[in-house]
Design a protein around this ligand. Structure first.
Ligand code: PCA
Length: 165
């Protein structure tokens, strides 16, 4: 049984605009959305096509394992409230679907806020991620990226939510 102070935590693998240094990172640390804690840098065990698509240049990891690259990103531990905020922001299940993925950890933080030690680099772990199976037919043939950067050499400028009509 859980005490009132104990909320359920989940791990989410972030590969797009929510990463550190990217346009939506602030959402993870807006207390109004819930709580998030950085755990590790990681990459997917399988290859997936990570493309930049649509008129707003949104990054999408297409749920097509075996194609593209092993995608790089960051694992965060989030509380229920943050998970719901992220689902809402990512427009689950219409735009993205939240699925489970296996990851290879590159580097864990030494200790979490709770003081737990973390496994060594190279170990496998699971987390949720926002991928999509509801993509347009031409998206699998778009350029694939190993690591998303909104400000990358591709020049595809991401349109933020507030900039859209
Ligand atoms: N936000 C989620 C999915 C793609 C995006 O831009 C993320 O950063 O992982």
């Amino acid at each position: 049984m859980c005490l009132p102070s104990c909320s359920h935590m989940a791990r989410v693998f972030i590969y797009g605009t929510l990463k550190k240094g990217q346009p939506n990172f602030y959402r993870l640390f807006d207390a109004a959305n819930g709580k998030a804690e950085f755990l590790a840098s990681a990459c997917t065990t399988q290859r997936y096509p990570l493309v930049i698509a649509g008129e707003h240049n949104i990054p999408f990891l297409l749920n097509l394992p075996g194609q593209g690259y092993r995608v790089h990103g960051e694992i965060y531990e989030v509380d229920d409230k943050m998970l719901r905020s992220l689902d809402d922001f990512e427009d689950v299940p219409a735009m993205y679907q939240r699925t489970r993925v296996t990851l290879e950890v590159k580097e864990w933080v030494a200790k979490t806020a709770a003081g737990e030690e973390r496994p060594a680099a190279g170990s496998a772990t699971e987390a949720f991620l926002y991928s999509t199976t509801t993509y347009r037919p031409d998206w699998p043939s778009l350029t694939r990226y190993e690591s998303y950067d909104a400000h990358g050499a591709h020049g595809l400028r991401y349109t933020t939510r507030s900039e859209r009509d």
